[in-house]
Design a protein. Structure first.
Length: 137
């Protein structure tokens, strides 16, 4: 698998985004809040991702874009395990990664937390039971 992050992997559908935020399950892995759900969306990619950085916390677009670039780079480099587990399900996993910190974290911290979050998702969807993720974190 190549480590790219193509346009088709980005969640851009308004209906899918609304469904994700209304019906998705979530957990927190500071500085991120991960919202996810399985959908019947027709997509060539098993996972579609939405990355958001709130304007309320970072007024300057330069800062928001830098954080989004760092998150997408970390996701791009560590998505392989998640793809392997989700492609077995024949459904599309939609994920929203919401940055919740009020300060810019280092790339190393962002990368390590993205890896932890994706491993947590991969492990949860690997179990094929009703998805349970501890939301007390």
């Amino acid at each position: 698998m190549t480590s790219t992050f193509k346009k088709g992997e980005k969640l851009s559908s308004t209906k899918a985004t609304e469904f994700l935020f209304n019906n998705g399950k979530s957990f927190t892995e500071f500085p991120f809040r991960i919202i996810h759900s399985l959908n019947e969306i027709e997509s060539e990619y098993p996972v579609q991702v939405l990355i958001t950085v709130p304007k309320k916390r970072f007024n300057r677009a330069v800062d928001r874009n830098r954080i989004k670039r760092q998150i997408s780079a970390a996701y791009r480099l560590s998505k392989c395990e998640l793809y392997k587990n989700i492609s077995k399900l024949n459904q599309t996993l939609t994920i929203a990664i919401v940055y919740t910190s009020s300060k810019q974290e280092s790339y190393d911290k962002i990368c390590s937390k993205i890896i932890l979050s994706l491993q947590r998702l991969a492990k949860a969807y690997e179990q094929k039971d009703e998805l349970y993720i501890d939301t007390n974190n």
